[in-house]
Design a protein around this ligand. Structure first.
Ligand code: FRU
Length: 470
């Protein structure tokens, strides 16, 4: 029996996309179609393990309030019988095209993957067309996660896929099409020479996404198998971007540096889409975690696991990706309290969700900000080191993540929702996303001596998802 998500459950989320039950992972098929936003997500409806994936489906008119719809795609055919894996959506002539990976486990335990198409005229009823690509030579069966977009310059549709080469190195594959049904293979995204410039390659690249922001093209990708380097790459798997440029049938690396997009404990497999008003929006998965962390996840007893991030508005400024919380989130603000940052303050509330702004017009000096008792954000001015610590729910020990800021810390924006925390630093120059699990009412406290003001908005407790009763 599933327990109800109520205020008694301190871990529930009010304004994040989370599953009504079961396990959620990657955002899929983000799009605006016929005036409605559609968000799909990886969903195991039958258990808290990574199996039986289908595409959960929600719709929205404002990207904040969602209505759950019936699952859009579920395993049913020989080519997707063991899972509808990640993919994307694109509209053409009033029809929605969904591209996804059909996951198949053969009788001998080996895996097959098929890049498949499903179409819809209304965004609610989907017709499976089946596989549209041949498996590429030189690659293992780990080829997946089609992201499709229309390339204005060549007037073609392009597709990028996450892949693993036979030598077990990560890669991305490109395809092109005129009609979305027949696709020509263009091969690996980069030349061998470009690949040789990378300091790390990893063994598999997942969920690639190619976008252009303020005239800079970026490959956003989630590689597996990167080693930690200084403060970077400490999570199970990584997500970041390369600056790239289209070069005939390949892309060229403008810079070989892989820039991690989020320095928190959990952020993975994001996807972007463009709204009709021209904004590029990203949702990510607040994951992944080790098998042991998932097994012991404190939400398991309430029958659900994981969530998506809040929507982030993307831009590219001063040679960096900027990720800012979607402006529409302001709609959630209810009561407002302000505190001077000159001296310590504390707030306790029965509400689950809060947004906190810390504004340091003269640049922050050392301070500590605590959520409940054991989740802390702290800053050291001398080194410009901003840190996050939380209690690990498996070991019971404190664990840390850090980022070294390129400029002084002048602005922090925090979104706290039950058991999730998103930190936007200096207007989205750096972002950290994490879960934290602590019992008891929400407490916020600040210790420091700074010029500036903190503003705390209660975002209430009311869920922004209207669940469908099956
Ligand atoms: C990323 C991922 C994708 C795959 C999906 C399966 O988290 O592993 O590569 O399509 O999840 O759920």
């Amino acid at each position: 029996m599933l327990k109800l998500q109520t205020i008694e459950n301190p871990y529930t989320l009010s304004f994040h996309v989370m599953p009504s039950h079961g396990l959620l992972n990657d955002p899929n098929g983000l799009c605006e179609f016929k005036g409605t936003f559609h968000l799909f997500h990886q969903w195991n409806q039958t258990g808290l393990v990574h199996k039986n994936k289908s595409w959960g489906h929600l719709t929205s008119l404002d990207l904040i309030h969602w209505k759950r719809q019936a699952p859009a795609l579920e395993p049913s055919e020989w080519y997707d019988k063991d899972g509808i894996y990640s993919g994307s959506a694109i509209e053409k002539e009033e029809t929605l095209y969904l591209f996804y990976t059909g996951n198949v486990i053969n009788d001998d335990g080996t895996r097959a993957s098929y890049q498949c198409l499903a179409i819809s005229k209304d965004g609610f009823h989907f017709e499976k067309i089946g596989p549209v690509l041949k498996h590429p030579e030189g690659y293992t069966r780990h080829v997946r996660d089609p992201k499709v977009w229309f390339d204005e310059k060549t007037q073609r549709y392009l597709m990028v896929l996450g892949a693993q080469k036979l030598d077990h190195t990560g890669d991305c594959l490109l395809y092109q099409s005129k009609d979305l049904y027949t696709w020509d293979a263009l091969g690996s995204i980069f030349s061998d020479k470009d690949f040789s410039q990378l300091s790390q390659r990893g063994y598999m690249w997942e969920c690639p996404d190619l976008i252009e922001l303020d005239e800079q093209e970026l490959l956003i990708v989630s590689p597996q198998g990167f080693e930690a380097e200084g403060f970077r790459f400490h999570n199970l798997y990584q997500t970041g971007y390369f600056k790239v440029q289209k070069d005939n049938e390949k892309y060229r690396l403008v810079d070989p540096e892989f820039i991690e997009m989020d320095w928190g404990f959990e952020f993975y497999a994001p996807q972007t889409f463009e709204t009709s008003d021209g904004r590029k929006i990203l949702f990510g998965w607040i994951g992944p975690m080790t098998e042991e962390s998932e097994k012991k996840l404190p939400t398991n007893e309430f029958g659900w696991m994981h969530s998506l991030t809040i929507p982030r508005n993307l831009s590219f400024k001063k040679n960096r990706l900027i990720q800012q919380p979607l402006a529409e989130l302001k709609k959630l603000r209810q009561t407002k309290e302000t505190f001077s940052l000159k001296k310590s303050w504390q707030l306790e509330t029965a509400d689950l969700a809060y947004e906190v702004l810390l504004d340091f017009p003269e640049g922050a000096t050392d301070f500590e900000f605590t959520i409940k008792k054991e989740t802390k954000i702290f800053y050291e001015k001398a080194t410009r080191l901003l840190s996050l610590s939380r209690k690990n729910w498996v070991t019971g020990c404190l664990e840390y993540r850090h980022v070294k800021l390129l400029t002084d810390l002048s602005y922090l924006q925090l979104f706290i929702d039950g058991s999730s925390l998103e930190i936007f630093v200096n207007n989205g120059t750096e972002v950290a996303t994490s879960r934290f699990f602590e019992q008891g009412p929400l407490q916020l406290s600040y210790q420091g001596e700074n010029t500036g003001l903190s503003t705390c908005y209660s975002l209430g407790n009311k869920k922004t998802i209207e669940e469908l009763i099956f």
